[in-house]
Write a protein that binds this ligand. Structure first.
Ligand code: F6P
Length: 517
């Protein structure tokens, strides 16, 4: 950490800790701490949205402790960490992933950033679109089901997007299988007919043991189910097309993506194939367009007005200055039930680091633990701790103004009023002389209020969190694009599986108990 950065943290530490309720004495607070990101709505959707030509998300950070003094301090920190330079380097396709010597080009998938990477992404999207449309038109025979096999970034995004966007209609019934535990794959088999099923093998490296083992079992299942040309039913989504062809996938059904797209940032690339297949290409294009709107905002907005950066200011404040070890996200929308899982990988695999990009030990905490669930369910399970527990936990709420259901409007009204009530109650508290009934209040939250939860909005929400994660990484001086921390466990599993090596006494005893030594 440079002397300048250390001095700024000292200044930030010295600022008075103010109560949230007092901060609202400032009438300008809402305007200062909330902002919208918007995008144009596709023509055929304008009517459905009541004639509005734009849609968007309101990012309300007013119930956090950020005030003018804190935001000025964090703006200085961003300047000292060369936020603008780092951000521009990412968009320009420079090798911001310094430990692996790679660029990070997920925004190019949305048409923003380095021209050569954007052109490459467009060409690969075209290839994917042609395959998706050929399948929809029946060129590969009847396809009713897709078993999508992948893990981590090759599964969490497709699972989230399919769960969120196909509640009403799926053009193809998609089952995402990630776990090596055969129970997961058997469950997908039970729901599919081999005669009308395709298999997508999603793996950036095309070497991940869980994915390759599941893929082999899926191929066997197709054969046992009477499919003659089993390989003819397989699509590969990968940054290692040679390995896919060598494995047996026909070149015409290999959908490559660039090595510079990180695993947990890959939903926008051919890893999004199952999403496009399930919702149709036009919807997938809307998904990219929502993310693009956030990219353009993030790329061109400076200081506290930059909404993902402003969110990162609050994140840094709570993690470093208030000692918060976790941050929770609650979607008041059943369709976003998998959003906390998605964010866990995005934030914890990106920023769960102990060294800076220069390889020095970090001076302070890095990513908080991300967790969460859906409202209102979570209110009846974990909110007790949020309101009265001894941990201070910043909470994010996500909700949609338009309902996702066609039932009595009471459902959606009660859903939204509960969401807003939780933020209000966390902040206001309620004094009582009876300690068990006392709510201290002054507990922070942020609210992301979407006009609607459609494909574009989901894209925008994910892109917002990608940029928030990146902004946090820059403020901490770490590289969010590598993940060496997952390697040691993988190596040990391989050594144990290979046999012939001895391990610690506890592990040896477990292996013996399971009959594996
Ligand atoms: O083990 C972690 C990881 O490398 C993730 O970063 C990645 O998303 C996942 O494994 C799957 O990797 P692949 O897509 O190469 O199979």
């Amino acid at each position: 950490m440079s002397d300048a950065v250390r001095a700024i943290w000292k200044e930030l530490e010295a600022l008075p800790q103010r109560n949230l309720n007092d901060l609202f004495e400032d009438d300008a607070r809402i305007a200062a701490l909330s902002g919208r990101i918007e995008w144009e709505v596709a023509d055929d959707m304008v009517k459905a949205l009541g004639g509005d030509a734009t849609s968007g998300v309101l990012f309300d950070w007013s119930k956090t402790h950020l005030d003018d003094a804190l935001m000025s301090g964090f703006e200085k920190l961003a300047h000292a960490r060369d936020f603008t330079g780092n951000r521009d380097a990412m968009f320009d396709g420079e090798k911001v992933n310094n430990t692996e010597g790679r660029a990070a080009t997920h925004t190019a998938q949305r048409g923003v950033g380095n021209e050569a990477y954007v052109e490459e992404a467009e060409a690969l999207h075209l290839r994917m679109k042609m395959l998706v449309e050929a399948i929809h038109e029946g060129a590969l025979g009847p396809v009713k089901h897709l078993i999508h096999i992948g893990i981590g970034g090759s599964a969490l995004g497709p699972a989230l997007a399919i769960d969120a966007l196909t509640r009403d209609l799926a053009l193809v019934d998609v089952h995402v299988v990630s776990n090596i535990d055969g129970v997961a794959l058997e469950q997908a088999f039970a729901a599919c007919d081999p005669a009308t099923t395709m298999v997508a093998i999603a793996s950036k490296t095309f070497t991940t043991i869980e994915t390759m083992t599941n893929a082999a079992s899926a191929l066997k299942w197709l054969g046992e189910g009477g499919v003659d040309d089993t390989y003819g039913r397989v699509v590969a989504l990968t940054a290692n097309p040679e390995a896919a062809v060598e494995w047996g996938v026909d070149e015409t059904r290999v959908l490559p993506f660039s090595e510079t797209v990180g695993g947990r940032y890959s939903l926008w690339s051919s890893i999004g194939f199952p999403v496009a297949l399930a919702v149709g290409w036009d919807e997938f294009a809307q998904f990219l367009a929502g993310a693009r709107a956030v990219d353009l905002h993030f790329q061109s907005t400076e200081g506290r007005e930059n909404l993902p950066l402003r969110a990162a200011f609050a994140d840094q404040y709570y993690t470093r200055l208030r000692g918060c070890q976790t941050r929770a996200v609650f979607a008041y929308d059943e369709r976003l039930g998998l959003f906390p899982d998605y964010l866990q990988q995005l934030e914890m695999e990106s920023n769960g680091k102990s060294v800076t990009s220069a390889g020095e030990r970090v001076d302070g905490p890095t990513a908080p633990i991300t967790w969460g669930g859906v409202g209102t369910d979570a209110q009846h399970a974990v909110f007790q701790l949020l309101h009265q527990g001894t941990h201070l936990i910043p909470v994010d709420f996500i909700a949609s103004i338009a309902p996702g259901d066609d039932l009595d409007p009471a459902h959606h009204r009660i859903l939204l009023t509960n969401c807003f009530a939780q933020g209000a109650a966390l902040m206001a508290g309620q004094a009582s002389e009876d300690g068990a009934r006392n709510f201290e209040g002054d507990r922070p939250s942020a609210t992301m209020l979407c006009d609607d939860l459609d494909a574009a909005t989901l894209g925008a929400l994910i892109a917002f969190h990608e940029h928030r994660t990146f902004a946090n990484a820059v403020l901490m001086g770490i590289n969010p694009f590598d993940q060496f921390g997952v390697e040691l466990g993988k190596q040990m599993a391989n050594s144990i599986d290979a046999g012939g090596q001895s391990f610690d006494a506890s592990t040896e005893a477990l292996l013996a108990a399971a009959g594996l030594s």
